[in-house]
Ligand binder design. Structure first.
Ligand SMILES: Nc1nc2c(ncn2[C@@H]2O[C@H](COP(=O)(O)OP(=O)(O)OP(=O)(O)O)[C@@H](O)[C@H]2O)c(=O)[nH]1
Ligand SMILES: [Mg+2]
Length: 623
């Protein structure tokens, strides 16, 4: 065995034979620098890999669906189950929001009474809009016509395994309907982004009459005020007792405005008078048609403006800060979230409010609400008032943020919201809100390849909660990139309702179109799709009350008009749309839900979480 051949390169790497000491020192210095640069690059690569690994470990979920479909409520369920500490810290901060929800219902009743006293004609029976105030109506001229195109196509397509056959509208079409300009136009004079601070005309008379803000029921006038603009029609069901109740509850209009101002981080959308009417089929899918240009008679339904926020944390901090300041006697307690920070500040302020309540030293709004409790109860329990609400088709019980059955508990000086109250509280979302949740256990911890994925894989989730009304859907697009799963909320109880922002459009139909647009998107082709067929509890109630699905969805035909059958039927419709319009086969899950039921939702979320993680794991190419 001979000597191995010398490496031809090694001679090239050797220092020159005749190297001087100076040259040697210089060479070694260069070599040292080169080594340092190489180490720095290695370190950089290591950091980038770790960051990439961490990024890949983060699960991103987008909550989509029309307004009032239950997106924020689903998010609250996630936080209630998986972010307990933050949830507990924030719970009391929802008090002002819940008070506002309550006052909105009370003031709606007062509006209805006023209309009755004024002898305003009753709206023609029609479907409700998606307003928080759900109008009741068995007869629904127009909607059947509106839905019939959809169903004709659907029936045709059922044979060919096609989904809902409405004229196609791409995602861009769906999310750009009603752009900012349209929103501005609809918002009336207060405009987007500007809290409406001018007193509403309806609030003027009672609060001017009853000048003390803390006027309690016992100090309210005991006879109808001569300045009152209202004269009771002699043949109406309402009596001077109702007139009196109305006057005594007058201060609540101002308190509602104060609470709006205090929470004030967002914008109000004042829909004012919403025209409703019979529409033709083409109107349903065409945003450019004139409202009511169809065959039916126009009617108007008044709706109190709803409160919405861009950042609900800001609103919560503002609400708490205002409440605390008032408790200390300040007249101007409108704290700014940005100056206060979030999280612990919210918890701290909450404790102060509760302690203040225990000392009998509470903010003005709470004081007025507590002092009006008996009158509010008398109003809500009054059989004549209930009759008037029924006659005027106001079904407050099914509306968002309904707390009138909890007056005894909520209208007190020491009220602390329960978990359920917070879940049911309504705070409309404007824009896109990002919520981070740290799960206790990562997927890597119970998988044998945790060393490859890292211990933190799947531990951090980012949930994006978007505003669902048509005017703000354009803000969704940038979030389609790089998202692992979409939870799409379709409120299936709304088969007989119309959109608040466009009363020509049936809500179920809007959900179908939106779902189809999302399924069609190429950007989302690889995204796991999870559909919540939501508001099953309301669906059950509606069907029990005798409302027939086939009156709105003729293709439902003579199937049994019960919840399981309707859910099955609609699930198939949504499934067909997904199959037909997804650019490539994809993973999808369908769940019937009632996301205000926190216990049942917790079980669903666990399954959802596991499936999202499973898919996330599959799609992560290991770095
Ligand atoms: N009864 C019942 N109410 C529900 C259900 N899901 C949501 N709600 C209520 O419906 C209202 C609207 O729910 P949100 O979660 O605020 O709706 P959203 O989709 O976030 O609406 P935007 O923020 O306007 O896009 C709230 O008052 C909820 O309490 C449900 O399954 N059953
Ligand atoms: Mg929301």
């Amino acid at each position: 065995m001979g000597m191995p051949e010398p490496d031809p390169f090694s001679s090239l790497l050797l220092p020159p034979a005749n190297e001087t000491a100076e040259e040697k020192a210089l060479r070694e210095q260069h070599e040292l620098e080169a080594q340092r640069t190489s180490d720095r690059i290695d370190e950089q690569i290591k950091l980038e890999r770790a960051a990439l690994k961490k990024q890949k470990g983060i699960v991103r979920v987008l909550l989509l669906g029309q307004s009032e479909s239950g997106k924020s409520t689903t998010l609250k369920n996630f936080r209630l189950k998986y972010a307990r500490t933050a949830w507990k810290q924030e719970r009391n901060s929802w008090r002002s929001v819940i008070q506002l929800n309550l006052l909105r219902s009370v003031n709606t009743i007062l509006d209805v009474l006023q209309a009755e006293m004024d002898g305003e004609p009753v709206d023609r029976p029609t479907t409700s809009t998606s307003s928080d105030l759900v109008a009741e109506g068995e007869d629904v001229d127009g909607v059947e016509a509106a839905m019939s195109v959809e169903d004709k196509h659907a029936e045709e397509s059922e044979e060919s395994d096609a989904g809902v056959g409405l004229e196609g509208m791409g995602l861009e079409g769906m999310i750009s309907i009603g752009n900012e300009d349209a929103a501005q136009a609809r918002m009336g004079k207060s405009g987007a982004g500007t809290p409406n601070t001018s007193p509403s005309p309806t609030s003027a008379s009672p609060s001017t009459l009853l000048s003390s803000p803390l006027l309690s029921a016992s100090t309210a006038p005991t006879s109808p005020n001569p300045n009152s603009p209202v004269a009771l029609p002699s043949d109406g069901p309402l009596t001077s007792h109702h007139q009196l109740l109305k006057l005594r509850l007058g201060p609540l209009r101002r308190v509602e405005m104060d609470l709006r101002r205090r929470l004030g981080a967002g914008a109000e959308e004042d829909y004012g008078v919403t025209p409703l009417g019979t529409v033709t089929n083409t109107q349903v899918t065409s945003a450019s048609n004139n409202v009511g240009a169809g065959t039916g008679t126009l009617v108007a339904k008044r709706s109190r403006p709803e409160f919405g926020v861009r950042e609900w944390k800001d609103a919560l901090v503002n609400g708490q800060q205002g409440a605390t300041y008032h408790g200390r006697g300040s007249q101007h307690g409108h704290g700014r979230a940005s100056e206060l920070g979030h999280g612990s500040q919210v918890g701290h302020e909450s404790r102060q409010v509760v302690e203040a309540g225990e000392r009998g030293d509470v903010d003005e709004a709470t004081e007025v609400i507590a002092s009006c409790r008996e009158d509010m109860k008398a109003l809500w329990m009054d059989p004549i008032v209930r009759d008037v609400l029924k006659k005027r088709r106001m079904r407050l019980e099914d509306s968002a943020g309904f707390f009138l059955d909890d007056l005894e508990r909520i209208a007190t000086r020491t009220y602390e919201p329960s978990d359920d109250d917070v879940v049911r509280a309504r705070l409309r979302t404007l824009g896109v809100q990002e919520h981070r949740i740290q799960f206790d256990q990562s997927v890597g911890q119970n998988q044998f390849f945790s060393s490859t994925l890292g211990q933190d894989f799947g531990k951090e989730w980012i949930l994006y909660d978007v505003g669902g009304s048509r005017t703000i859907r354009h803000a969704w697009l940038p979030y389609f990139d790089n998202v692992n799963a979409i939870i799409f909320l379709a409120p299936i109880s709304c088969f007989d309702e119309r959109l608040l922002e466009d009363s020509r459009v049936n809500r179920l139909e809007d959900s179908f179109l939106l779902w189809r647009a999302v399924c069609t998107s190429k950007l989302l082709a690889k995204t796991t799709m999870i559909l919540f067929l939501n508001k099953c509890d309301l669906l059950k109630r509606k069907l029990k009350s005798g409302i027939l699905v086939k009156n709105y969805l003729p293709s439902f035909g003579d199937r049994t008009n019960d919840a399981p059958t309707v859910v099955r039927y609609l699930r198939e419709k949504f499934r067909d749309i997904l199959k037909q319009h997804s650019p490539e086969p994809r993973v999808s899950y369908f769940y019937p839900t009632s996301v205000t039921d926190t216990k049942a939702t917790a079980t669903t979320l666990k399954t959802v979480r596991d499936s999202i993680l499973r898919e996330h794991l599959k799609s992560a190419d290991f770095v």
